[in-house]
Design a binder for this molecule. Structure first.
Ligand code: MG
Length: 289
């Protein structure tokens, strides 16, 4: 056989094997299968197939081996006039009554945000607020309304933002017939990823974000597992399990940070960007990483 012909083929095969070796990086379940001869209801003998996945039998009914999922009383949907209710296992961060779960991001300062008509909003020079409790991976629901009478344009219209772990901003902006750079419009992972679509409602109308966030994991200074975001804006998917390429911190007019190592938990923050954006019905459910 001509070695000059064989070598490229061999090299190609080695490349394919290596490529598949690197692609197939997922958890492989331990599967065991067997058959048993059993007597059925009619007294007949039959061969029954059994399978375990990671040691648990498929269709296991013994709660000691396969516990039932916890029961959760679902919440209610909001309307434009009335905020909905959180699911029974959620931590309610703001129910329209007070700011008891929140504080200023300036150490030692009380929050100057205003609570009125079951909503809260920043006041002039009030600064950002953050939750007293810290969170990592989570499901977060929040509702906001940008000012009914729009003022300014681009980033200057109805600007706020929700920062997960005090780090990762999902932009809040009046993006209804208001154009700005796509990675800074409503729903953008600020500076990193534009939303899949613009699902903004009109100024003054209540809007929802439902966010499923998995925190990044660091080993020393190195990120070994990136953060992921799934986000629905007004019920419309705008981020589909997106793996965030880095941090969203503002560094300059055309530059944002890369990942900066931080702890396993951090506060949820709401931005004061000089526009009186309203917030209501904020709740969170902690998730396993
Ligand atoms: Mg913002």
């Amino acid at each position: 056989m001509n070695m000059k012909r064989v070598l490229p083929v061999l090299l190609f095969l080695v490349t394919v094997v290596l490529a598949f070796g690197t692609v197939a990086e997922f958890d492989t379940p331990v599967i065991k299968e067997w058959t048993q001869t059993e007597t059925n209801d009619k007294g007949e003998e039959e061969v029954v197939d059994y399978m375990t996945i990671d040691g648990i039998m498929v269709h296991e009914t013994d709660p000691a081996k396969q516990p039932q999922p916890p029961v959760v009383q679902p919440g209610t949907e909001s309307t434009q006039d009335t905020p909905g209710q959180a699911p029974s296992d959620a931590i309610v961060l703001f129910d329209g009554k007070d700011l008891s779960n929140w504080t200023s991001t300036t150490p030692g300062e009380a929050s100057k945000w205003l609570v009125k008509d079951y909503a809260m909003s920043p006041t002039k020079d009030s600064g950002m607020i953050q939750t007293k409790q810290e969170f990592g991976s989570c499901q977060l629901h929040l509702e906001f309304a940008t000012p009914k009478t729009p003022e300014g344009e681009g980033q200057g219209r109805g600007n706020s933002g929700v920062f997960l772990m005090g780090q990762y901003e999902i932009q809040i902006l009046d993006s209804y017939e208001n154009t700005t750079y796509p990675d800074g419009q409503a729903g953008a992972l600020y500076g990193r990823k534009k939303p899949l679509v613009n699902a903004s409602r009109k100024p003054g109308e209540w809007q929802t974000y439902d966010i499923i966030f998995h925190r990044p994991v660091f080993e020393g200074d190195v990120v070994v597992k990136r953060a992921t975001f799934t986000v629905l804006h007004n019920g419309v998917l705008i981020h589909d399990h997106y793996e965030l390429s880095g941090g969203t911190g503002w560094r300059g007019s055309h530059s944002i940070t890369n990942y900066i190592p931080h702890g396993d938990k951090g506060p949820l923050q709401l931005q004061d960007h000089g526009n009186p954006v309203l917030f209501r019905n904020i709740w969170i459910r902690e998730l396993a990483d």
